[in-house]
Design a binder for this molecule. Structure first.
Ligand code: DGT
Ligand code: CA
Ligand code: CA
Ligand code: ZN
Length: 574
């Protein structure tokens, strides 16, 4: 299995992660070199696999040792340095870095001094109060780590893979499978197809002439660590990160029934089978069949199976048995987002963490059909934030660009304010009032108690400059739980002040979460789908936000992005 650009990116990310542990320093020379190499590879538009070491080294950001490693990966299929690091720092140790408050130095010391090799060990030594007497830790950090573990457990993502990791991985596996000769169709199903936030395992279905080649390919995938089982129709492998991949080869005539079965959810399937039985039919992963005659009624496509059961096709991300079958029956499924005409949360290189220029961002948004675009750099209160002079200068550039754009697009100047621990905002009221649009979001102080946390957001909402709250819960799926909020109080303040709530489409966030949108969907609140793009390639993340809204059955007219451009622009400028 030939390695590709994505495998090089994986290699550098893993190298940097393991080197952080090795050296106990997240910003060492080597770590920065790997990260810079990854960025350079990512930005390279040509075929990276054919470049010689010298050509690689000539690319900005790639040094001699990184160039050698890229070649080593392409030429030999593995990289010795990485193999060595993997032996010293197994995945269970790397996973400890996800515990808020636990850095690489601390992980190494806990390992050496208390024998902590995984999450369970950590839980145990904290329970046994072994940290309070350890030099450099103490009571306070023991309490803090206990609290972190508690919040992680509450989040219930232990052992599951965040969608931000699973989806790009699945797309790569899918592309590889589709390239196997004789493969007619292939798709991922399971929780990923339902757009769940975390994924237990990946499930693929393949319609192919020759299963052998498909199975060989799956087993040969570069991220595969272990083969759990191989058969004629099903193969299971485990990636180095501990993610299981199940691949099933099915007959093309049965693909629809199989897709339905393996997409689930289980609860949705149970209802559908009951529905079949009530009509004298059986539904399984092969077909919908007449019980009396054994005759196949439908199997090839999902649409046919749903239709034979008297239903319109139900989009996968709605199949959670939260009432979607009953609505489908009355032809009243919640509407899908028909179009996304605005993006109100976008960064450019002016932000410390932005990667695309203003010009490129505007051009890419235009090409996507965006009619109202608001540029929102980080304000000075965040690490990547900028001073007012820079923003004043940007405003002039934006005004000039707007003149050139004419009627084709409304380009507005906004800013992403940081909400301080007591709801304080960046700059001063007068400067804030000078923007077309201000959104405000939380970037720190995640541990405040519910009342203070809620009050902080409500205070920001009451500020006349704030039009929208960005990524309300500030969670990072699988890494940081959302802050503790009284959502009813937030919804009430949103109604009272007319402040919109963002649905941030960045896969690591997906914030608001589906359950929060569900709770707020009947309220008189404006919701906005945002990309929070830091690169032109991330503008399509508004589609993820749309999936969240759809999964929560948010009425389409409450989604600001779908409105007519004139109404949209007027709304943003208010
Ligand atoms: P996950 O992997 O935990 O994120 O969640 P799923 O939904 O992908 O679950 P998984 O991988 O165990 O199974 C994939 C789909 O296959 C599941 O959504 C529905 C179907 N399925 C699996 N086992 C059963 C079962 O025992 N009964 C029924 N009705 N469906 C099943
Ligand atoms: Ca699964
Ligand atoms: Ca599975
Ligand atoms: Zn942002």
């Amino acid at each position: 299995m030939a390695n590709t650009k994505a495998d090089v990116l994986d290699m550098f990310h893993e190298l940097s992660e393991l080197t952080i542990l090795e050296e106990g320093d997240p910003a060492s020379f080597r770590v920065r070199a790997y990260e810079s190499a990854a960025r350079a590879v990512d930005a390279y538009a040509g075929d990276i696999t054919v470049l010689t070491a010298a050509k690689l080294q000539a690319l900005e950001g790639i040094g001699k040792s990184s160039a050698a490693k890229i070649r080593e990966l392409f030429d030999t299929g593995k990289v010795q340095k990485l193999e060595d690091l993997r032996k010293k720092h197994p995945p269970a140790i790397v996973a400890l870095l996800n515990v808020p408050g636990l850095g690489p130095k601390a992980v190494n010391r806990l390992r050496k001094e208390l024998g902590v090799e995984n999450m369970d060990d950590l839980r145990r030594v904290i329970g046994e109060h072994k940290l309070r007497d350890l030099k450099g830790f103490g009571q306070k950090s023991e309490d803090k780590l206990a609290h972190s573990l508690e919040r992680m457990a509450k989040q219930g993502t232990h052992g599951r893979t965040p969608i931000s990791v699973a989806l790009p991985l699945a797309e790569r596996v899918l592309a590889t499978i589709k390239a196997v000769p004789g493969v007619r169709q292939a798709a991922y199903c399971g929780s990923l197809r339902r757009f769940s936030e975390t994924i237990g395992d990946l499930d693929f279905l393949v319609a192919a002439d020759d299963a052998t080649q498909v199975m060989d390919t799956v087993i040969g995938l570069p991220m595969v660590d272990q083969v759990l089982g191989r058969g004629d129709t099903k193969t299971s492998v485990l990636t180095r990160r501990g993610l299981q991949i199940d691949v099933r080869v099915v007959k093309e005539e049965e693909l629809g029934a199989a897709l339905m079965y393996f997409t689930g959810s289980k609860a949705h399937n149970v209802k559908m089978r009951q529905r079949a039985l009530a009509r004298g039919l059986t539904l399984n992963e092969y077909a919908l069949t007449e019980i009396a005659t054994g005759k196949v009624v439908a199997a090839k496509t999902e649409e046919e199976v749903y239709a034979a059961l008297g239903l319109p096709w139900i989009p996968p991300h709605l199949r959670e048995d939260t009432g979607e079958i009953e609505l489908a029956e009355q032809n009243a499924l919640p509407g899908l987002v028909p179009r996304i005409l605005g993006d109100f949360h976008v960064h450019t290189t002016v932000s410390g963490d932005g990667k695309s220029s203003l010009e490129d961002t505007v051009a890419a948004a235009r090409a996507r059909g965006v009619k109202v675009l608001v540029i929102t750099e980080h304000a000075e209160g965040t690490v990547s934030g900028v001073k007012r002079e820079v923003l004043v200068e940007q405003r002039a550039r934006i005004e000039a660009m707007q003149r050139e754009l004419g009627d084709s697009m409304v380009l507005l100047h906004g800013v992403e304010l940081n909400i301080g621990p007591a709801g304080e905002l960046d700059y001063d009221a007068e400067f804030r009032a000078g923007f077309d649009f201000c959104l405000a979001s939380i970037h720190d102080h995640f541990d405040l108690p519910r009342e203070a946390q809620t009050q902080r957001v409500v205070t920001a909402m009451r500020d006349p400059s704030v039009r929208m709250i960005g990524h309300l819960t500030a969670r990072m799926i699988g890494a940081r739980p959302g802050v503790d909020l009284d959502f009813e109080a937030i919804f009430a303040a949103a109604e009272e002040t007319g402040t919109a709530l963002e649905i941030n489409g960045g896969l690591p966030r997906l914030d608001l979460p589906v359950d929060v949108v569900r709770r707020g969907r009947e309220r008189n609140i404006d919701f906005v789908l945002s990309s929070d793009a830091h690169h032109t390639s991330e503008l399509d993340r508004v589609e993820n936000a749309a999936k969240v809204a759809e999964k929560a059955w948010l009425p389409v007219d409450k989604i600001v992005n779908t409105w007519e451009p004139e109404r949209l622009a007027a709304w943003a400028r208010r």
